[in-house]
Every structure is written in C-alpha cells, then in structure tokens.
Design a protein around this ligand. Structure first.
Ligand SMILES: Cc1ncc(COP(=O)(O)O)c(C=O)c1O
Length: 370
C-alpha cells in the first residue's frame, strides 16, 4: 500500500547489493575470522597517521565540520596542481556520483556508459528520471569509447567512463580516451570515475588530473576508500573546471564530509610510505595471484586496480558459497551478467595464500573444464 506513495522513479530502483559484510558472514558460518576479498578494500588498513588524526578529531565531534573542507581542498590542490576551488568533497565517491547526476540530469536525459560497470550510475540515473544507455564493453572487457560516441544524440547529457573499470579492472588506451573527451559534443558533460586511478599500472599514463590541466571539460572522481584505506570513513571528491564543478557545490548537502573523515583524509595524504607500501604489496600479490589462477586454468584479465576479474570457467555462485563457508568472501559476477566470473580483491600475502589453498581444494574435488 505505502509503495504507491513513493516517487515513481524510486519504484524502479533495485536495492544495492553489496559484497557480503564480514559481520554477516561470521554470523552465517559461525566463524570468528572472516577474510573479505569482495569489496576492494585496503587490507593494510588506514595509515597510522590517519588513525592518529581521526582520534584527535573525535574529541571535537561536538563541532560541525568545516563546511567546504578547505584544508583538504588545499592539500589536494598542492598534490594535483589543480586549484582548491575546483574540488567538491563529499561522503564517498558514491555521494559524488549522486551529486553529478543530480546536478545534470533532467527527466528524459540520457546517460551513456558501458556495462558491466559500477552499479551506481544506473541507480542514480533512474532516480533522477534519466535514461541509462548501456553499451556492452569490448570483447577484452574495456569501455567501448567509439560505441559510446555513436550512442550520443541530442538527448544525451552525461557520458561516464569508469577507468579503471569495476568489475573488469581494465583501462582504455590513453590516446583513445583523450580523443574521446575531445570529441564529446558541447551539450554533453564527460565524467571520469577514477576510484582506482592511483593503481594504474602503466608508466606516464595520463589521468583526469592531466586532462583537467589540458583544459578538457571532464569531471574526475576519486576516493579515499581504496588506496588510502578509508572505506569506512567515506571521503570522495570530484575535480573539474569551475563551471562544471559549481552545480555540485550547490547540490551537495552542507556537511557531506564529517569532521573525523576529513581529518583521516588529511592524515592519509601525509603518509607517503603507507601509500607506497599499499601499491607495492598490491602489485606483488596481484602478480602472485594471476600466476596461480592461470595455473588453475582460470582466465584473468590484466588489472589496473586492487582486484582481479577472473573467469573460473564454471559458475562462480557455488564456489563463492563454498569459500564463504570457510570464511573467505569473494564477489561472484552473475549480477553483472558474467556467471563464470568472480571479482576478487587483492588481500595480504597470508590472506591470498589461504584463498589459493581453499581454491586448490575445491578444484581438486570438482575439476573445472579449462
Ligand atoms: C568505480 C567506483 N566508483 C566509485 C566507488 C565508490 O567509492 P566510495 O567508497 O568512495 O563511495 C566505487 C566503490 O567500490 C567504485 O568501484
């Protein structure tokens, strides 16, 4: 009965399906120790500098946070060489995606992106009464920029490129991306989601920072959830030329980045050592997993993130359930239309070894058809 009162666009939304939370898995399997490789978190945890800053900030929890996050914008400005007024900071990159779409989409406007990708583009487009235009990724699981350009018409308002893409971990060629941004017509706003941008494993590969400096009209999205290990605190940001960023500043709820999260992000930026260790551990462990997965007969896409998109050559729902019963959580990809794929976050050496051992046992029981 009450559903009839909902705004009509809300009725079209599917609830977000998260990776299984560690708490839930523990309860289900009556386990005390759960290894969660389903949500692309940083298993090293937050930087000690971030923790120290957050503990300090919590003493001032009775004060509202700084409305515009001036200190963080200034620090990001110095990091990227893009002026502090060209940022919006909010409650995670999820919130930024929501702000971008709420800022630009009128009912009936089209939003073009590829699938499989991050589900929030679809949800927020529907919420605003917009029309998602979903283009399949290429055979090698990359964003199909040419097909996206072809899909643009007079109703198109936004194009979103998730690079590196979630869940496939792939990147597009740099020159193709630059050309794409140059060719997007003036009535369309380009968005580049770089939640995993810092993990790109190719030297001198240009990111949104360079495109903005080159004067290209692109809104770039980043997060502190992945590289900086602050997924639980919720800090994400957008950067772009002033005229593109201004509507987000108007739509944003006033205190979208809380005092403790703001302090944590500042502390995290101080700790270059922690950042570098995250990147080098990730690279080493990823190489190990790729090698072992290929030895199992799985197909693995080259990844530029902190996770792998793995074709296990058999339905991954049951493997996921079997692993979960042992306290290992991965992300089967049937919901993305890839029933034999799983998205597996890179864990610590010890966690990955446990995963490999468990998979070896599962494979020995029921060998797959490679
Ligand atoms: C591509 C992509 N964009 C945005 C987000 C949201 O990140 P946040 O934790 O900052 O909300 C994620 C999270 O997994 C993601 O994969």
């Amino acid at each position: 009965m009450s559903e009839s009162l909902w705004r009509s666009s809300v009725k079209d939304l599917d609830p977000y399906i998260p990776g299984q939370a560690a708490e839930e898995a523990k309860k289900q399997a009556e386990l005390t120790d759960v290894i969660r490789l389903a949500t692309n978190e940083n298993q090293l945890g937050p930087s000690p500098k971030a923790i120290e800053a957050m503990v300090k900030a919590i003493q001032e929890a009775h004060f509202y946070p700084d409305l515009t996050c001036l200190e963080l914008r200034t620090k990001l400005g110095a990091l990227h060489g893009i002026d502090p007024e060209n940022y919006v900071i909010a409650n995670g990159a999820d919130n930024i995606i929501n702000l971008v779409i709420a800022s630009y989409i009128n009912p009936g406007d089209e939003v073009v992106y590829c699938t499989p990708t991050f589900s929030e583009y679809h949800k927020n487009t529907l919420l605003m009464g917009g029309v998602p235009v979903e283009i399949p990724t290429t055979k090698d699981h990359k964003f199909d920029l040419e097909a996206m350009l072809e899909a643009i018409n007079e109703k198109t308002k936004l194009v979103i490129v998730c690079n590196p893409n979630n869940p496939t971990g792939t990147i597009v060629e740099e020159e193709e991306l630059r050309e794409f941004f140059k060719r997007v017509p003036k009535h369309v706003v380009a968005v580049l989601d770089e939640a995993y941008g810092e993990f790109i494993n190719r030297e001198n590969y240009a990111t949104g920072v360079e495109y903005i400096k080159e004067g290209l009209p692109v809104i770039t999205i980043r997060t502190f959830s992945k590289l900086y290990g602050l997924a639980g605190m919720r800090v994400g940001y957008a950067m772009a030329r002033p005229e593109l960023i201004q509507p987000l500043q108007r739509v944003r709820e006033p205190f979208a980045c809380n005092r403790v999260a703001h302090a944590g992000a500042l502390g995290a930026l101080e700790d270059v050592e922690h950042k570098n260790k995250t990147l080098s551990d990730n690279k080493r462990e990823m190489e190990k997993l790729v090698k072992e997965f290929r030895a199992f007969g799985y197909e693995v896409e080259e990844s530029h993130t902190n996770f792998l998109f793995v074709d296990m050559k058999q339905e991954t729902g049951s493997i996921g359930a079997e692993l979960a019963s042992q306290g290992l959580i991965i992300r089967p990809c049937a919901a993305w239309g890839h029933p034999t794929h799983a998205r597996i976050s890179i864990g610590t050496a010890e966690q990955n070894d446990k995963l490999l051992k468990a998979l070896q046992e599962i494979n020995a029981k029921a060998p797959h058809h490679a």
